[in-house]
Design a binder for this molecule. Structure first.
Ligand code: AMP
Length: 380
């Protein structure tokens, strides 16, 4: 059964607001989340496997006050485990690994611990058809066309079901190239037989420059960002906080082989799009109005689809086409790892406050929620 907003409000009522602990899973953007929380004076908690624990103790300014060791991240769903969290007045900050390891549906149905943001946004990001309904259907943003494998007759990108971080993405110009690429990746151990079982999504290959646009919707701050009003209500102030571009192996360095596509094929190298890191970026300044408009439409659409909609950080993953129009290929309804570039500020955040990070913005929003006694507006 779905964990309702009211259930979480009830749990929050019992929380000791002077002892809130900010918690997350040790992966993805945890260091940033933990250091941001510490800067705002919160106690912090990390849920982490034995192998990864060391890394999270390495940086004093991000070192968690509490570390809960898990064998598998699904353990987090156990009743006893959840109790350990609520006893410590934990507010969870969800990130990409949290959604992937715990599962969006499990979070919605079985996780009775307060989460910063709107947990429904995690369900909407986890399903490609829901993403399309949100971004193209409601927000009216442009997305890549989709079709079936046997309809491929031009450069396309094939995405495995539920694949994250570009894992197992294949570029193909015809159905034969799809099977060749997938076979190659299986041979190289990049994907498994199981990965191939689910549905494949085929999208037109979008040419252009990649922009991963990081936004933050604050419910309580009106001294930064642009106000977003929808159906007579103020949804919050929206800020473009930073931008990144991903470094993807092997595609981003494939030119270093000095080989053309045919020669690459001969030596058995197939382009892959696995995300391995992030690179900073700023947008041409005249693009900012368009970028803000896309963010605003996304926020408004979220209010229509899962009221009161999204809050906190989210990211639109886009291509800026040669005509400077944007095409959005994905949304992340929570903090993205690209913000890790900006733990000590970003070109945009520095104009709000020097050295500000998304992790710290989250903690500050929670702090304001406590002061205003309105935590249930930003936590579900
Ligand atoms: P994703 O896992 O959806 O973030 O995608 C991983 C990478 O695949 C992106 O960073 C792009 O390089 C590439 N990609 C995804 N969709 C498309 C598309 N429709 N056209 C071209 N490249 C794409």
């Amino acid at each position: 059964m779905v964990v309702e907003r009211d259930d979480i409000s009830e749990i929050l009522k019992d929380y000791d607001k002077s002892e809130i602990t900010i918690g997350t899973i040790g992966s993805h953007s945890a260091l940033q989340i933990l250091s941001g929380a510490k800067k705002e004076g919160f106690k912090t908690l990390n849920m982490v496997t034995k192998e990864r624990k060391e890394v999270y103790n390495a940086y004093p300014l991000a070192r968690p006050d509490y570390s809960l060791e898990v064998k598998s991240y699904k353990e987090i769903l156990d009743k006893d485990f959840q109790l350990k969290l609520t006893e410590k007045n934990v507010v969870i900050i969800p990130h990409g690994s949290f959604v992937e390891y715990v599962g969006a549906e499990n979070i919605l149905n079985d996780f009775h611990v307060p989460i910063f943001g709107n947990r429904e946004s995690l369900v909407w990001e986890a399903d490609r058809s829901k993403q399309r309904e949100w971004l193209e259907g409601k927000a009216g943003l442009k997305m890549p066309r989709e079709f079936k494998i046997d309809e491929i007759n031009n450069l396309s990108i094939v995405k495995l079901h539920g694949a994250k971080g570009g894992k197992g993405f294949a570029r193909a110009r015809n159905p034969k190239e799809v099977s060749e690429s997938l076979e190659y990746m299986k041979e190289k151990g990049l994907i498994s037989e199981e990965d191939l079982q689910g549905d494949l999504t085929v999208q037109e290959y979008i040419d252009g420059a990649r922009y991963y646009l990081h936004y933050f919707l604050s419910k309580f701050s009106d001294d930064f960002g642009v106000p977003v009003y929808h159906r007579g209500r103020r949804l919050g102030n929206l800020l473009l906080s930073s931008i990144d571009r991903r470094d993807e192996t092997n595609i981003d360095d494939i030119h270093r082989t000095g080989l053309n596509p045919e020669e690459l094929k001969e030596v058995g190298i197939v382009p892959t799009y696995t995300v391995a890191g992030n690179i900073p970026l700023v947008a041409r300044e005249s693009l900012l109005p368009k970028i803000y408009k896309m963010g605003e439409k996304t926020v408004e659409a979220s209010d229509d689809l899962f009221p009161p909609g999204i809050n906190g950080p989210f990211c639109l993953e886009t291509f800026c086409r040669p005509n400077l129009d944007f095409v959005v290929f994905e949304i992340s309804g929570r903090i993205v790892a690209g913000t890790n570039l900006y733990i000590s500020g970003s070109p945009y955040l520095d104009m709000v406050e020097e050295g500000l990070s998304t992790g710290r913005l989250i903690a500050r929003e929670i702090k304001k929620g406590i002061e205003k006694d309105k935590l249930d507006e930003i936590i579900y």
